[in-house]
Design a protein around this ligand. Structure first.
Ligand SMILES: NC(=O)c1ccc[n+]([C@@H]2O[C@H](COP(=O)([O-])OP(=O)(O)OC[C@H]3O[C@@H](n4cnc5c(N)ncnc54)[C@H](O)[C@@H]3O)[C@@H](O)[C@H]2O)c1
Ligand SMILES: O=C(O)[C@H](O)COP(=O)(O)O
Length: 524
């Protein structure tokens, strides 16, 4: 049974996949109403109202996934979620059209003074000359940020006969050509546009993008629209440029602080505002809620998610192809970590054969998670494994080889520790399973599963018998035993699979046997 907290107003119809699932309980309450049992939720679904802070994440100890029914995740501390191993997903395109349409509605309202005229008529006035507007047709529209919403706004602007100028430093020539726009520099957009609309995320680079310096580069009489994020336009600078008459009007759906309270911008007649309504349509809310509900359900059922903010995105097809290697890599990481009980500086991974052609980022994260799990107290999984490795000073890298030395596929690790270097190689055999085929310089063949016991010894007659006797004397049954050696009479190893975990006292007894060099328990 999974428990999901839905803490913002999310479309009930869109939540149907979760509400109808038998193994899921959905609680629709504010965070403050469930303070005492926050640690019992596996998933949290939000819009922009709930602030998913590090403090909240720390309290939600069973949390596995946060679903944002919308685009912007600036209300979610994604770094903290990553640290706690919590997946963050969003619904990236469910509200694109609604927000583009809202931007357009704001544009029309702005240049035709519709909100002001509306208030005037409602006040029983009939002042037609006070509200003379301008046409959109033939005007120059500057679009800053040409992603999903920016490009939909541009399409609509062209249908209105506007000339569209686009600035987006990450826009490729190919995409620009496909959509039929000419990419410009920011300065070009600023200087040529009659109306400027912003559609970027709020980042270090975009915060205050339309501040005093760039506003001074705009045409006198420019109209500005922000239906993206408060802060992209510097609100203090807007006040100054409205006061000096340089800016003819501003339309804002978003604010640096929401709600904005008694903000000086609200005092201007030529500033029109809505309370963050871009995505507030029945259609958008249904789309975003359905998208996150379906994704969260898939995630809780152990299937891959496609719109994660802090995990590599995988399609179902790709996931199916990598799943076996993902499992093998995790087991190899777990085995290696328990063998190398010492500080480790570097993990070098080589993918060979068929696995080398797959999406390995996820496999590497799985391997790191397996390696780190026995070493860290906190949750470690594919979400935070790379971050935790980095925090602990472990460098990791991938190499790819076409030479898989007789195996259809293989994953080889070399782990550089403070005292020693350890190597291990594994392969996945379809319909048979995972096998470790090289271990610490020895060719061997064992399944990385269950209660394993590794023994390194001198290759001498009677060693297997001595080990068998000690285990037998302590009622420990051996399920399988694999042996390997470097040369006759040289160093040799045994890898035993046992029916139950071994007590430390038996490990000690085995270590005392003459000609046994080392004994290690490995739990997979
Ligand atoms: N008002 C609302 O209710 C509402 C609804 C949905 C989305 N939004 C907001 O709208 C914005 C756009 O959403 P989207 O879905 O189109 O996102 P998107 O990721 O598809 O597009 C963002 C674009 O901004 C560009 N960009 C990034 N940094 C830039 C910079 N420094 N200068 C210029 N361009 C830059 C990116 O290359 C990208 O093409 C986001 O801030 C989102 O949170 C608001
Ligand atoms: O980023 C978004 O999707 C929008 O800002 C919508 O936010 P909302 O879900 O709170 O309306």
């Amino acid at each position: 049974m999974f428990r999901i907290l839905v803490s913002d107003a999310i479309s009930e119809e869109g939540l149907a996949p979760l509400l109808n699932a038998e193994h899921i309980e959905v609680v629709q309450k504010k965070v403050s109403d469930v303070e005492e049992y926050l640690d019992q939720f596996d998933a949290l679904l939000v819009r922009s109202a709930t602030k998913v802070t590090e403090e909240l994440l720390a309290k939600m100890k069973s949390l596995k996934i946060v679903g944002r029914a919308g685009v912007g995740v600036d209300n979610i501390d994604v770094d903290a979620a990553t640290k706690y191993g919590v997946v963050v997903i969003n619904a990236p395109d469910g509200n694109t059209i609604s927000t583009a349409e809202h931007t357009f509605a704001m544009m029309a309202a702005l240049v035709r003074h519709i909100p002001q005229a509306h208030v005037s008529v409602k006040s029983r006035e009939w002042n037609r000359s006070a509200f003379v507007g301008s046409e959109l047709y033939g005007k120059h529209l500057g679009v800053i940020g040409f992603g999903r919403i920016g490009s939909e706004v541009a399409k609509r602007a062209r249908a209105f006969g506007m000339k569209v100028h686009v600035y987006d430093p990450f826009l490729t020539k190919a995409r620009a050509e496909k959509i039929g726009v000419e990419p410009c520099t920011l300065d070009e957009v600023l200087s040529v546009s009659d109306i400027i609309t912003v559609h970027t995320p709020l980042t270090k680079e975009t915060k205050g993008l339309l501040g005093p310096k760039n506003l001074a580069k705009t045409k006198k009489g420019v109209y500005l629209i922000n239906c993206a994020r408060g802060g992209i336009m510097d609100e203090q600078a807007l006040v100054a440029f409205l006061e000096n008459g340089h800016v003819a009007g501003v339309a804002l759906d978003v604010f640096e602080q929401e709600p904005p309270g008694d903000h000086p911008l609200l005092a201007f007649d030529n500033v029109i505002v809505t309370p963050h309504l871009g995505a507030s349509t029945v259609e958008a809310q249904l789309h975003v809620a359905t998208q996150v509900a379906e994704e969260v359900l898939k995630f809780l059922e152990g299937k891959p998610v496609t719109s994660s903010i802090n995990l590599p995105t995988l399609s179902k097809e790709v996931y199916e192809k990598i799943q076996s290697f993902y499992n093998l890599a995790k087991k190899m990481g777990t085995v290696a970590s328990q063998y190398m009980v010492e500080p480790v500086q570097e993990i070098a991974i080589t993918y060979s054969g068929t696995v080398a052609d797959l999406e390995t980022t996820f496999i590497t994260r799985s391997l790191l998670a397996g390696f780190l799990k026995p070493r860290v107290a906190s949750t470690v999984n594919e979400v935070n494994a790379a971050m935790i490795a980095k925090e602990r000073g472990i460098v990791f890298g991938e190499k790819f080889s076409t030479n898989s030395e007789g195996y259809a596929n293989s994953i080889a690790l070399t782990i550089y520790g403070e005292k020693q270097t350890f190597t291990i190689k594994g392969t996945h055999i379809p319909n048979y399973g995972d096998r470790i085929v090289h271990f610490n310089g020895f060719a061997i063949d064992f399944a990385p599963e269950g209660h394993l016991l590794y023994i390194q010894h001198h290759d001498k007659p009677g060693m297997i018998g001595q080990v068998g006797k000690i285990l037998g004397d302590h009622q420990v049954n051996i399920a399988t035993m694999q042996v390997g050696r470097q040369a006759v009479g040289g160093k040799a190893i045994m890898m035993l699979s046992l029916d139950k975990p071994l007590a430390d006292s038996i490990v000690e007894k085995l270590s005392e046997v003459t000609d046994i060099e080392s004994v290690k328990k490995i739990e997979v």
